[in-house]
Write a protein that binds this ligand. Structure first.
Ligand SMILES: [Zn+2]
Ligand SMILES: [Zn+2]
Ligand SMILES: [Zn+2]
Ligand SMILES: [Zn+2]
Length: 801
């Protein structure tokens, strides 16, 4: 997903292997990125471009005139099944394939407004009604939509406007009596009903406070750092030859304190499992819902009511404003390149967008200068360390009052300030010397093919007499005149991304409405670049926690951090998720360093019994089993031994059993699911440690099954066992623990076990606040549960749960 699709990758790797050795050698030993780029791009042949174009055409990114009707009908089916969210998304797909100002688009918007109405999203519903009307909603259907508008306004308490809408509707009737034919009677009834409602509401003397608008105040840093934008004043930027740049605490920091709050400089939504057309055999139009259908492509906000780009079907936004912004900043150039960008992958897409954004910082000059300067230096030296002078911004080193101004830390401006800007991004390390020549060739040719397409698009825009000035302005001649320089910059960005790309994640709650316990899982939403977050070094047991709201990253202390200690963040390989060898290998191959964090040091010396959540135990005495190929019981008085292969295959069998049970659970076959899960648990007990991840998973599933049956007591008992497993693996203050406590709180809450619920809510809140801060959805939900419980009248007698 980050790199180009496999077909293009293997095509280029084959091309590489067929190159004469002398050419490969020239590229491998090229001294600068600019040489790598120029040497490689001279090898891009027309047939390569044809091959790439064929791959790109496989994606449906334009507007398909047949699609709106198809999606509207599919949406209507979901609507009939009362799956309003599902319906809304399908109507959105219809919208994205419709041309502006057509009946198609207005009908899709109108249908979507109905779905949103049922979902209680009145504000968005109103917006859709207005959109339907401005795009030419048919006269004959007007009464229906105006009635919905009135209902919406009444529900929102905007009574004046509601009355106005109703009288408009009525005058519409008298003016065009033909309208009032068949559905007239029921419409009259509805109108009457609504008027009564308005009167009722007016009679309520008490005025309710406006909706519970969530202020996002807390989201701000208490005191912003003067040296580093987006960071708190509790940290400072340091640099040294070994570590490069890093952040340390300038004072004692408490768990939960917000340290960095930074909007992505660029983010590109991960398209999800977009399949090229030739692979999706069943239908040209997919009804599958991906991230691309649910999140704004500009700000990453979740929405069921996307607004599409006028020119393509793949770019969708949460609002007109985001659409406009994206268009101005980058999309007018990307719009026609959708298929190509999907083929070349997210990194290439980000690289393009970075250079497009660079135009607004007058960065053409920066890039030219930097590329020029770096081409004279040996950029294969460890860069951040000695590049300071080379990358000095603007004037270079200068003299002021006879004193030589100290050279700033790379990425900082002349005043030593580090900001979320293109200059800082450009200074992130590409680690050119560490990437394999094949990889550099792959990136260089992909970028170069993209440049040729940009050139072609700009020529076309210049030569064709398109009245659309939008498109004409799209690719400006200045942008193309220096495509080679922009190409080198893009190549640099592609190489930087391997170490500096940040996965933007969100917590998705899975489980249908009938499920009382929502299971949450982290999903990768987008890939972004955050110059300030990039300053943090890695640890396998970090002292911070990162989370996202839309495209804004927040980093909070997850534990106490003493003054002078380094602020550390985990790049992915966390000690609770993988063993030391795997982590080391991953960090070396992706980030080019040997991790020396305390977790790695202690684990490397520990005898290899493996972590408890992966441990096998003795069949007869339950002591942990130890050893490599053959494991023997750790209890000296016991003689049990077992081959690892045997244990591993037992574990695989068990996994299959659990998978089957989960399938039953998903299909609502609760009793058979429970029977099977109890069998699995029995089996697990005979050879897995009590804290084995698999045991936790089984307990968690049992908890879910019992909750669905309404047996709160059993459900809670099983979840508490799962909680123990999570605690051993991730620690009592981990975000994973927070999610598990959240589930337990839901169970107690639904079982009206008031004191247990309040107690668990408090624990969950305490843990989650540290990681997420007060405005996260989960925290809000916990608070709602709490106030609901506190408002309940005391229940005199009854079971404890
Ligand atoms: Zn948006
Ligand atoms: Zn577009
Ligand atoms: Zn480590
Ligand atoms: Zn034993």
């Amino acid at each position: 997903m980050d790199l180009p699709v496999d077909e293009w990758k293997s095509y280029l790797l084959e091309k590489w292997s067929l190159l004469p050795i002398s050419v490969r050698l020239a590229i491998s030993t090229a001294k600068t990125l600019s040489d790598v780029f120029l040497l490689s791009s001279s090898l891009l042949q027309p047939e390569d471009e044809i091959f790439l174009k064929r791959l790109s055409r496989g994606y449906l990114v334009g507007k398909d005139p047949g699609a709106p009707l198809f999606y509207r009908e599919e949406g209507n089916k979901k609507f009939q099944e009362k799956d309003y969210a599902g319906a809304a998304v399908l109507y959105s797909k219809g919208v994205s394939h419709s041309k502006p100002n057509t009946e198609d688009i207005s009908l899709c918007y109108a249908n979507r407004s109905a779905a949103l109405f049922h979902l209680g999203q009145y504000e968005t519903c109103l917006k859709d009604i207005i959109k339907a009307q401005t795009h030419g909603y048919p006269e004959r259907l007007q009464p229906k939509i105006m009635l919905r508008k009135a209902e919406c306004l009444v529900t929102m308490g905007r009574l004046q406007e509601a009355s106005q809408t109703i009288s408009d509707l009525e005058s519409n009737f008298t003016a065009k009596p033909a309208l009032a034919d068949s559905p007239f009677q029921s419409l009259q009834r509805n109108l009457h009903h609504l008027k009564m409602k308005i009167q009722e509401k007016k009679n309520l003397t008490e005025t309710f406070p406006a909706a519970l608008a969530k202020a996002f105040e807390d989201m701000d840093l208490r005191e912003e750092n003067e040296q580093i934008s987006s960071a708190s004043s509790s940290v400072t930027l340091c640099t040294d030859p070994l570590k490069g740049r890093y952040l340390i605490a300038t004072k004692d920091i408490l768990p939960g304190e917000l340290l960095v709050k930074e909007a992505a400089f660029v983010s590109v939504l991960n398209p999800g499992e977009v399949q090229p057309l030739h692979q999706a055999l069943d239908s040209k139009w997919s009804t599958r819902v991906t991230n691309g259908d649910l999140y704004c492509h500009q700000c990453l906000k979740h929405t069921l009511a996307t607004v599409p780009c006028d020119g393509c079907s793949y770019a969708k936004y949460c609002s007109q404003e985001c659409m406009q912004q994206a268009w101005e900043l980058y999309h007018r150039i990307e719009c026609s390149l959708g298929g190509l960008l999907l083929t070349l992958g997210v990194f290439c897409h980000i690289a393009l967008r970075l250079t497009l954004l660079a135009r607004f910082e007058d960065a053409g000059e920066i890039i030219r200068k930097l590329c020029d300067e770096t081409s004279h230096k040996d950029i294969y030296l460890p860069e951040s360390k000695n590049m300071v002078k080379t990358l000095n911004y603007g004037q270079g080193e200068s003299e002021e009052n006879g004193n030589i101004v100290q050279t700033p830390i790379p990425g900082c401006d002349v005043n030593g300030k580090y900001e979320n800007n293109y200059y800082a991004v450009f200074n992130l390390l590409p680690h050119t010397e560490n990437h394999s020549p094949e990889h550099k060739f792959l990136c260089a040719l992909s970028v170069s093919a993209l440049c040729r397409q940009l050139e072609a698009a700009s020529l076309q825009a210049l030569t064709t007499n398109l009245e659309s000035s939008k498109l004409k302005a799209a690719v400006t001649p200045e942008f193309c005149s220096d495509l080679d320089i922009w190409g080198v910059a893009m190549l640099r960005h592609m190489l930087q991304l391997q170490c500096n790309a940040q996965a933007i994640t969100t917590i998705q709650h899975i489980g249908s409405k009938e499920n009382i316990i929502t299971d949450s899982r982290q999903v990768r939403l987008a890939t972004g670049i955050f110059p300030v977050v990039s300053l943090l070094n890695h640890s396998c047991s970090p002292n911070t926690s990162v989370s996202f709201i839309s495209n804004v990253a927040t980093i909070r202390a997850s534990q106490q951090i003493g003054k002078g200690q380094e602020i550390l963040h985990c790049y992915g390989p966390h000690e609770s998720r993988m063993g030391v060898a795997e982590r080391q290998q991953k960090l070396r191959s992706q980030y080019f360093f040997d991790c020396n964090c305390p977790a790695c040091q202690t684990e490397a010396h520990r005898v290899a019994a493996g972590p408890r959540w992966e441990a096998f135990c003795c069949n007869s005495c339950r002591a942990p089993m130890q050893g490599d190929d053959v494991l023997s019981c750790g209890n000296r008085s016991c003689t049990e031994s077992m081959s690892r292969d045997h244990l591993v295959s037992r574990l695989q069998n068990l996994q299959q059993q659990v998978d089957m049970a989960q399938k039953l659970l998903r299909n609502g076959k609760l009793e058979p699911a429970i029977r099977r899960l109890l069998g699995c648990r029995h089996d697990a007990e005979s050879f897995l440690s009590a804290e084995h991840t698999m045991v936790g998973e089984i307990e968690d599933d049992l908890a879910q099954a019992y909750a669905a049956l309404g047996d709160w007591q059993k459900s809670a008992t099983h979840l508490q066992r799962s909680l123990q497993v999570v605690e051993v693996r991730h620690g009592p203050c981990s975000v994973e623990m927070g999610h598990e406590l959240f589930k337990l709180a839901q169970i107690f809450f639904s079982g009206f076990a008031i004191s247990e619920a309040l107690n668990t809510i408090e624990k969950a809140e305490k843990v989650l606040l540290v990681h997420y801060g007060p405005w996260h959805d989960d925290i809000q939900e916990l608070q709602k549960m709490k106030s609901c419980l506190l408002d309940l009248p005391p229940i005199p007698v009854g079971p404890s749960m």
